[in-house]
Ligand binder design. Structure first.
Ligand SMILES: [Zn+2]
Length: 116
């Protein structure tokens, strides 16, 4: 680990928080070469597997297991965004940053039958 890496790591631990953009960069730094080699199709299978594990943990797992599965699902989703070249922070801001994409309201007023 270079000094730059260790400084970055300790800063992250000091703040106790991580932004979406920081997380996407972290995942890219840790796994990008492997992720590109595996590709979107193979990575999507991992995401689906982790979603299954999240469902199982929500049905009968401990709080710690549930937290880990949420993190895994989010990490694999972020990985796919990296492979696809999508900036997750920008995508989420653009779609949800101004309110519900369906009705445009900060408190959704879409009818229940509609998707949002
Ligand atoms: Zn709405």
């Amino acid at each position: 680990m270079s000094s730059t890496d260790s400084e970055r790591t300790s800063r992250r631990e000091d703040s106790g928080e991580i932004t979406l953009a920081e997380f996407q960069n972290l995942i890219r730094e840790m796994y990008y070469e492997k992720d590109i080699a595996r590709g979107i199709d193979g990575t999507f299978m991992w995401l689906v597997e982790e979603i299954g594990e999240l469902a199982s943990s929500l049905r009968g797992g401990s709080r710690e297991e549930q937290c880990e599965e949420f993190a895994d699902v989010f990490a694999w989703l972020t990985t796919i965004a990296n492979i696809a070249g999508v900036d997750l922070s920008a995508a989420i801001r653009d779609k949800y940053g101004s309110g519900c994409p369906g009705c445009g309201s900060l408190i959704c007023s879409c009818r229940d039958a509609e998707k949002p």
